[in-house]
Write a protein that binds this ligand. Structure first.
Ligand code: ATP
Ligand code: MG
Length: 354
């Protein structure tokens, strides 16, 4: 189990006293598998602030999407969830019926990795976009259709035609634009984007990044899940590195890129040809842990170049302040936390472990 990233209401951002719009504490999510429960999220805590982009990174099966889906109440009914998720003080895990609909899609919008899969195949595009206005603004069907066209037009100039199309008649880029229009329509306070740039051609990818940046600049809080460190470098204010369902490290983007303390973060970064070049993450040696059979040792042990004896005995190094980098005069970066018994002491500008 990890420590909370910061106390409720207390800012993790240096020099500010902002209040988080989303506070997750000790989130646990487990899926029922053929051989028992799979603990996909194991005590994750995070704060998300208005007008910031928090990037969740980590290899496949780290639990990133599970955090996002739990926040929106979209985990399958077979999943067991505990902990707390507060949105403006309201408990999302307890929301039901109309309240849940108001928040989901209205105040918290989601962009899925596969835009096409996010659309209902049997409903015309216009009906799906209009549904948002029917559900959230109680417009009549005619007004909702007109609102759908208005919502689509900035992204798709021939919106009048597209409202009558079925999703299979759209290209991947058009489907992405429809999803972005739906996510923008009601002026959400939070956008959760799960791999929003995967499988897109460069023009739509850039458009999507510009849109996320624009949302952030307008004060929307963005939770961005990505494997693409180029996207992290361009958009993220803070980074949370997940491994095997826990937070391995978190901090502001400059600190994470320059002074990663967790050997896993370091492994991710050093496997890139150039972290600022937009290169995609390439796997480091070894594989992510099998969540169905976690042992009594640190889940990263097998792959870790820095393991010490304590790592064999305790599976849960606490997430604590990273503190100053040994041998450096620079003060520690506020909000930089690491869950490791023997953290790296490296400055990637210098390229050596101290
Ligand atoms: P990726 O980068 O591949 O999207 P992720 O970090 O988003 O990975 P999750 O999708 O949250 O990871 O999955 C975490 C773990 O939970 C994985 O082991 C996955 O197999 C398991 N899992 C996810 N969804 C389900 C489900 N519906 N039923 C059973 N297990 C699931
Ligand atoms: Mg995922």
């Amino acid at each position: 189990m990890t420590e909370a990233t910061s106390g409720a209401g207390e800012s993790a951002v240096a020099g500010t006293s902002r209040t988080p719009i989303l506070s997750v504490r000790d989130l646990q999510a487990a899926y029922r598998g053929p051989e028992g429960m799979i603990p996909a999220v194991r005590g994750v805590s995070l704060d998300l602030y208005p007008g910031e982009v928090l990037a969740l990174v980590g290899e496949s099966a780290a639990g990133k999407s599970s955090v996002a889906l739990a926040t929106l109440g979209l985990l399958p009914s077979t999943a067991e969830v505990s902990g707390s998720i507060l949105y403006q003080g309201e408990s999302l895990l307890d929301l039901k019926g109309d309240d849940r609909r108001r928040v989901r899609g209205g105040e918290i919008a989601m962009i899925f990795q596969d835009a096409m899969a996010g659309l209902t195949p049997t409903l015309r595009v216009g009906e799906q976009v209009a549904e948002i206005f029917l559900a959230h603004e109680r417009l009549d069907p005619k007004a909702a259709r007109a609102a759908a066209i208005v919502a689509l037009r900035p992204l798709l100039p021939d919106a009048e035609r597209i409202v009558d199309a079925y999703p299979f008649q759209l290209s991947g880029g058009m489907a992405q634009r429809v999803m972005v229009a739906m996510a923008t329509a009601l002026g959400p306070k939070i956008v959760i984007a799960d791999e929003p740039t995967a499988n897109l051609d460069p023009a739509v990818r850039l458009e999507t990044l510009n849109w996320l940046e624009d949302m952030r600049n307008r004060g929307t809080a963005v939770m961005l899940i990505t494997h693409d460190f180029g996207v992290v470098a361009r958009l993220a204010d803070r980074v949370m590195v997940m491994y095997g369902g826990v937070v391995a490290e978190e901090g502001d983007v400059f600190t994470i890129f320059r002074r990663p303390r967790h050997p896993y973060t370091y492994g991710l970064l050093s496997s890139l040809p150039g972290v600022m070049s937009g290169a995609r993450l390439t796997p480091m040696r070894g594989n992510p842990p099998d969540l169905a059979s976690l042992g009594e040792e640190c889940a990263f042990l097998e792959r870790c170049p820095k393991a010490v004896s304590q790592c064999r005995l305790d599976p849960s190094p606490p997430l604590v302040d990273a503190g100053p980098l040994p041998g450096s005069d620079e003060p520690p970066a506020p909000g930089h936390r690491v869950a490791c018994f023997n953290p790296m002491a490296i400055d990637l500008r210098e390229g050596r472990d101290r």
